[in-house]
Each structure stands twice: as structure tokens, then as C-alpha cells.
Design a protein around this ligand. Structure first.
Ligand code: HPA
Length: 275
């Protein structure tokens, strides 16, 4: 972790981001709203792999959003690109080393519940790590956080409530549920989706959980929001496609950007009460 600290200290400590944000597939609208933005390729952070997926631009953008100092990753890497979980979380680990108050994770996800429709937004209340591993595996140093960290309060209700208040004020339907991460890259079979429903999942995707686990270890509260881009396999009879995911992101991405922009200040403040 020493090398991470030195990068974080030299590049980001002076800037002191209050919130770190990671944008999922096709959800780039928020990146355009950052003021006084300084943009660098995310690969400038040593050890960070290049994002290779359409809809992920892979930039680190520092600036302000609604008056909050933010460091925003406009894309992420995934296990299905062939990266180890430890590599997938590398950029987030570096950014969290400067102790922001909040990590905001967004993703595109398939809806497991028939009444949650494409275009709906879902606050992540909890997750299922079905990646088959942990980003915390391997050597451990105390400055990463605990060896066996608690995972029971990753997504504090106080933070979710800030977003809910903004959604309610705007008459925006905001779902809440459990996000399950599978490795992908193939979408699920209908049988797998039935299994996920029995396990208690409401949405399924291929990201977010590794970053949330690292944040929990580093004791940084997480605001997680899924954009439901499609009904998961078998929930709808239609075949799934990445194109559909990206198109939905383009349409609903602005709504998500509005929601985050208007709740960010309160959400950052609410973390002080939640830790
Ligand atoms: N499954 C997994 N990942 C996804 C989906 C899905 O249905 N939609 C968007 N990302």
C-alpha cells in the first residue's frame, strides 16, 4: 500500500476530493457536468489497466460537482476483461487512500424483478458477492484497513435517504434493492436469474461489488445506484444485448446524473453521521 499512498499523496492529497465517483457503462453524462475539470487517463495511476469496453472512456476527472470536490473515474475495468479482482479495484484503492467522505458507484444492471423496468434507478441497499473471489485476497498491510472487515453497513441508510429525498421532490420513481455481481461477460441464463431471485437479488451486473468491498475495508461509506437497463434473462423473453444497455444509459443517464448532482452535497454531509 506504500506505493499507493505515495501516488495518492502526490497527485490527489493537495486536491482533497470529498467524493470519489465511478461511472458504469453508458453513464458518462455526469462526467460532462464536472466544473473546472482536469482530465487525465485513468492509466496515469500506476497499476491501473486500460478500460477496453464500449461505453467506458477510462478517464480520471478532478473538479467540482454541485460545489463538492470530486475525483471521478469515467469508466472502470472488469474481471471479465481478464483482470484480477485486485487490479479491478486498483484505481479506487488509490483514490480512497486520500480519505474522501463518500464513494459513489454507478452501474448498468439487469432487473430481476418484473415490476422494476428498464430505465428505472435502484439504490443499492446491499449486495451479493458472486464473483467467486475477493479483492482483499492476498498480502495484507494494516493501512489497507482490517484483515477481516465488517460488511454489514457498506451502503448507509443515511446516505440513501438523501438521494431518496431528492427523488421524491422531483417525483422520480427510485427503487431500492440488492445487487448481485456475477463475473460475466456472458449474460445470465434464465435458470441463473431464477437462482438469483431465490438468493434475494433484485438486480444483476458484472461490477461494483469489488469496489464496494474495498471501500468497506477502508471505512468509506458507499452510495450505489444501478440503472436498470433491461429485464434480466428469462424475466423478459427478449434476447439481451450490450447495445440495449448502452441505449438505455443514454436515455436515463441524464436522470441519474441529475439525481447524483442534486443529492451529492447532502450525501457527503450525511456520511459524518453514518460512520
Ligand atoms: N446481466 C448482467 N449484467 C448486466 C445486465 C444483465 O442483465 N444488464 C446490464 N448489465
Amino acid at each position: 500500500m506504500n506505493d499507493l499512498k505515495s501516488v495518492a499523496v502526490s497527485v490527489l492529497r493537495a486536491f482533497r476530493p470529498e467524493a470519489v465517483l465511478v461511472l458504469g457503462s453508458g453513464l458518462g453524462a455526469l462526467a460532462e457536468r464536472v466544473q473546472q475539470a482536469v482530465r487525465r487517463p485513468a492509466t496515469d495511476i500506476p497499476g491501473v489497466a486500460a478500460a477496453s469496453i464500449a461505453g467506458h472512456t477510462g478517464e480520471l476527472i478532478c473538479g467540482t460537482l454541485a460545489g463538492v470536490r470530486v475525483a471521478l473515474l469515467s469508466g472502470r475495468t472488469h474481471v471479465y476483461e481478464g483482470h484480477a479482482l485486485q487490479t479491478v479495484v486498483r484505481a479506487v484503492r488509490v483514490l480512497l487512500a486520500v480519505q474522501p467522505k463518500l464513494l459513489v458507484l454507478t452501474n448498468a444492471a439487469g432487473s430481476i424483478q418484473r415490476d422494476m423496468k428498464p430505465g428505472d434507478l435502484m439504490l443499492i441497499a446491499d449486495h451479493l458477492n458472486l464473483s467467486g473471489g475477493s479483492p482483499l485476497e492476498g498480502p495484507h498491510t494494516a493501512d489497507c484497513g482490517e484483515r477481516f472487515p465488517d460488511m454489514s453497513r457498506i451502503y448507509p441508510a443515511a446516505v440513501r435517504n438523501c438521494v431518496r429525498r431528492v427523488a421524491d421532490a422531483r417525483g422520480l420513481l427510485l427503487r431500492e434493492g440488492v445487487y448481485a455481481m456475477l463475473r460475466g461477460p456472458q449474460y445470465e441464463t434464465p435458470a441463473e436469474v431464477r437462482m438469483l431471485r431465490i438468493l434475494g437479488a433484485d438486480a444483476v451486473g458484472m461490477s461494483t461489488v469489488p469496489e464496494a468491498i474495498v471501500a468497506a475495508q477502508m471505512r468509506i461509506p458507499v452510495l450505489g445506484i444501478s440503472m436498470l437497463t433491461n429485464l434480466a434473462a428469462g424475466v423478459s423473453r427478449l434476447p439481451l444485448s450490450h447495445k440495449e444497455v448502452l441505449e438505455c444509459g443514454l436515455v436515463a443517464g441524464n436522470t441519474l446524473a441529475d439525481l447524483i448532482e442534486h443529492s451529492l452535497r447532502d450525501a457527503v454531509t450525511a456520511t459524518e453521521a453514518s460512520v
